[in-house]
Design a protein around this ligand. Structure first.
Ligand SMILES: Cc1cc2nc3c(=O)[nH]c(=O)nc-3n(C[C@H](O)[C@H](O)[C@H](O)COP(=O)(O)OP(=O)(O)OC[C@H]3O[C@@H](n4cnc5c(N)ncnc54)[C@H](O)[C@@H]3O)c2cc1C
Length: 577
C-alpha cells in the first residue's frame, strides 16, 4: 500500500523542526482546549502525534486513491450543464473521501469543526496532494479562503460559513476579470447597496475562476462608484448555495490541471454580504488571501517536482539502452541529481516560509484573546516581515523549478514522455500554470525585489551563517560565502545605479541570485540535521548555484544602462498594404 507521508521522510523531519515548539505553544495556548475537545492535544508531543496521524491518513489517501485516479480525471474532467459546473465522477469521489476523512477546514479553529492545524502540517498535506493530483490540490486547497473569512469576517459570518467548510463545502476566490489580471486594481464587477433592504448586490463578470461553481465565494467588487483604483474595492462573501444570481457561462478548455473547473462567471443581481471593512478589499483582505494562496502554490510546485523526480527515476532504472539502464549514463544521472536537488531546495524553503507564517499568524490569534507583550509584538513583526519576503521568493522560483523538473522528466522518458500513456506528460502540462496564477513570476519578482535592495534577504542569510554546522560541512559553508558576497554585490550595483529601468530589467536575475543563496544555506542547515535526506542535494545544488551565480554576474555586467536600448522594441513588423 502506497503512503505518500511514509515514503517522504523529509516531511516528518520538517514537522520536528525546533521552531515547531513555539508554533504549537502559541497555537494551543496552554493546551486549554484539551478540556473541551477530546481530540485536542494535551502537550507538544501529543500535538505532533496528532498532526502525524492526520498526515498519515492524507498520505494513504494520496497514494491509494488520489494518485491512481489522476490520469483518468485528466482525460475527462468537469462538464458544464445549464449554467452549472459538474466535477468528473472520480473528482467527486475524491472530494467525498477527503471530507469523510475529516480533511476539510483542518486549519480552522475547533469550535467550527476544524482541527486547529498550524499552517506547516496543512502545507505538508497540500504537498502530498499536489504530488498525487495537482488539480485536486486546487480544489482542496481553496479551503484556505475560509481562514480569511475567519480573520476578517464578522462573528455571525464565521458561525454560518465555517462549519459548512469543515463539512466539505468548497470555496472559490473570485478576483480576476477580463480586464483585470495581474492588475487587480482594475476590477470593475459592481457592488450596489440597497438601503431599504440593507443588502448588497453584485453584477458583472469574473473570469478564470478555479472551482467557480463553489458553494461559498469570496468576491472582489467595486463598491465606490466613480473610483478606478484599489481604494474603491471591497470584499464580499457570496453564498451560492442559498442565493440565485450566479451562473457559469463557460468552463475553460485548459492545457493542464484539468480535474478542476476554471470558470467564467456571470453575477446578475446576486445578493452578497460585505466581508470586513468597505474599501479594504484589495489593500488588505485580498493581499492576505493571495499570500495564503501563494504558499499553497509553492506546495503545489514542490509536490509536482516530487512526482516528476520519482517518475523520472523509476523510468530511468528500468529503461535499457545500449545494454544498460539509462540511469547509468552521466547525461541522465546529471538530470536526475539536479531534479532531486531543486525539489529538496524548494521544499526546505517552503517549510521555512510556512513556519514564518505560522509564528506571526499564531500571534495574531493570541492577540484576539489578550494583549501581546512588547516582545511578542516584536516577534510578530519580525516573522511577518520574513513571511512577506520569503513568500514571493518561493512562489517565483519554486514554480520555475517545477517547470524545469517536469521538462527534464519528459526528457528522461525520451519519446515515451511525449505520449499520454505516462503521467509525466500530465505533470508537464499541470506544472505550466504554477508560475502564472496567484501572480506570475514577474509579479513575484516585483513583490520580492524590495527585500533584496533593502538587504533583508542577506541579513537573514547572515543569521543562518551564524549557526554552527558539523566540521565536515564547513567547506560547503565557506563556498556559500561566495554566493552571499556575489548576490549582495549584484544588488548593490543595481541599487547604486539609481536607474529604475536597469533595476527592473535585472530584477529577475537578482531574485534568482538571492534564491540560490537562500536555498543553499537552508539546504546546508537541513543537511546538518538530516544528512541522510539533504546532504547529497546540498552538494549538488551548491555547485549549480555557484555556476548560475557566475552567469548572472556576467550578464548584469554585460547589460548596463546603454545596452538597455537593444532590448526595447525587439522587432518592428513591416506594414503590408
Ligand atoms: C487555470 C487558471 C486558474 C485561475 N484561477 C483563478 C482563481 O481561482 N481566481 C482568480 O481570481 N483568478 C484566477 N486565475 C487568473 C490568474 O490569477 C491570472 O491569469 C494571472 O494573475 C495573470 O493575469 P492575466 O492572465 O490577466 O495576465 P496579464 O496580467 O495580462 O499578464 C500577461 C504578461 O504580462 C506580464 N506582466 C503584467 N504586468 C506586469 C508587470 N507589472 N511587470 C512585469 N510583467 C508584467 C505578466 O507577468 C505576464 O507575463 C486563474 C488563471 C488560470 C489560467
Amino acid at each position: 500500500m502506497a503512503n505518500f507521508y511514509k515514503d517522504t521522510p523529509q516531511l516528518a523531519y520538517h514537522l520536528r523542526h525546533p521552531l515547531m515548539k513555539r508554533i504549537v505553544e502559541l497555537k494551543e495556548r496552554n493546551y486549554q482546549e484539551a478540556k473541551e475537545f477530546d481530540y485536542a492535544p494535551q502537550n507538544f508531543d501529543d500535538a505532533i502525534d496528532s498532526y502525524e496521524a492526520v498526515l498519515d491518513i492524507v498520505g494513504d489517501l494520496c497514494g491509494n486513491q488520489l494518485a491512481p485516479n489522476a490520469q483518468d480525471i485528466d482525460k475527462i474532467g468537469p462538464t458544464l450543464k445549464e449554467g452549472r459546473a459538474f466535477y468528473d465522477p472520480l473528482t467527486a469521489k475524491n472530494l467525498e473521501a477527503v471530507t469523510q476523512a475529516g480533511l476539510t477546514g483542518i486549519a480552522l479553529p475547533r469550535q467550527y469543526g476544524g482541527l486547529n492545524f498550524p499552517i506547516t502540517p496543512y502545507i505538508m498535506a497540500a504537498d502530498m496532494i499536489s504530488r498525487s493530483d495537482a488539480s485536486f490540490e486546487n480544489l482542496w486547497g481553496l479551503q484556505s479562503c475560509a481562514t480569511i473569512l475567519y480573520e476578517y469576517g464578522n462573528d455571525d459570518q464565521r458561525q454560518r460559513f465555517l462549519p459548512r467548510v469543515c463539512q466539505g463545502e468548497t470555496m472559490s476566490m473570485d478576483l480576476t476579470e477580463p480586464d483585470a489580471g495581474s492588475d487587480l486594481q482594475s476590477v470593475m464587477l459592481k457592488a450596489t447597496y440597497n438601503k431599504e433592504e440593507d443588502a448588497w448586490y453584485l453584477d458583472g463578470v469574473k473570469r478564470f475562476i478555479t472551482n467557480g461553481d463553489s458553494q461559498i465565494h469570496l468576491v472582489l467588487a467595486r463598491t465606490e462608484e466613480g473610483t478606478k483604483d484599489a481604494r474603491g474595492l471591497s470584499m464580499f462573501v457570496f453564498d451560492a448555495k442559498n442565493n440565485p444570481g450566479l451562473s457559469v457561462r463557460r468552463i475553460e478548455n485548459k492545457m493542464g490541471i484539468k480535474g478542476v473547473p476554471t470558470c467564467e462567471l456571470v453575477f446578475t443581481h446576486a445578493k452578497a454580504e460585505l466581508c470586513g471593512q468597505r474599501r479594504f478589499g484589495l489593500i488588505k483582505y485580498v493581499m492576505a488571501l493571495m499570500n495564503d494562496a501563494r504558499l499553497g502554490i509553492m506546495s503545489q510546485a514542490v509536490g509536482i517536482s516530487e512526482a516528476a523526480y520519482r517518475e523520472a527515476y523509476n523510468y530511468a532504472i528500468e529503461r535499457k539502452q545500449f545494454g544498460k539502464t539509462i540511469d547509468n549514463f552521466p547525461a541522465v544521472y546529471d538530470m536526475l541529481a539536479i531534479m532531486r536537488a531543486k525539489t529538496d531546495a524548494t521544499r526546505v524553503h517552503l517549510y521555512e516560509t510556512s513556519r514564518y507564517v505560522d509564528v506571526y499568524r499564531a500571534l495574531d490569534e493570541v492577540a484576539r484573546h489578550r494583549k501581546l507583550t512588547p516582545e511578542e509584538r516584536e516577534e510578530q513583526k519580525h516573522y511577518s516581515r520574513l513571511a512577506d519576503a520569503f513568500t514571493p521568493l518561493g512562489k517565483g522560483i519554486s514554480t520555475e523549478y517545477a517547470n524545469q523538473n517536469v521538462y527534464d522528466c519528459v526528457q528522461i522518458h525520451g519519446g515515451s514522455g511525449y505520449m499520454k500513456d505516462y503521467p509525466c506528460e500530465r505533470l508537464y502540462r499541470d506544472a505550466r500554470i504554477t508560475n502564472i496564477y496567484e501572480g506570475t513570476t514577474q509579479l513575484q519578482v516585483v513583490a520580492a525585489i524590495r527585500y533584496a535592495t533593502s538587504g533583508l534577504y542577506f541579513d537573514v542569510v547572515r543569521e543562518y551563517r551564524k549557526r554552527e554546522v558539523k566540521s565536515e560541512l564547513n567547506p560547503l559553508k565557506e563556498k556559500m560565502a561566495i554566493l552571499l558576497e556575489k548576490a549582495e554585490a549584484i544588488s548593490k550595483k543595481l541599487h547604486d545605479s539609481e536607474n529604475q529601468d536597469l533595476l527592473d530589467f535585472h530584477a529577475r536575475k537578482l531574485i534568482e541570485a538571492v534564491a540560490h543563496t537562500v536555498f543553499s544555506h537552508l539546504l546546508l542547515l537541513a543537511a546538518n540535521e538530516a544528512p541522510e535526506h539533504y546532504l547529497q542535494s546540498c552538494k549538488v545544488y551548491l555547485r549549480y548555484a555557484l555556476a548560475e551565480m557566475a552567469k548572472i554576474e556576467a550578464f548584469v555586467n554585460l547589460v548596463g544602462e546603454s545596452e538597455l536600448e537593444d532590448y526595447r522594441n525587439t522587432q518592428t513588423f513591416p506594414t503590408v498594404e
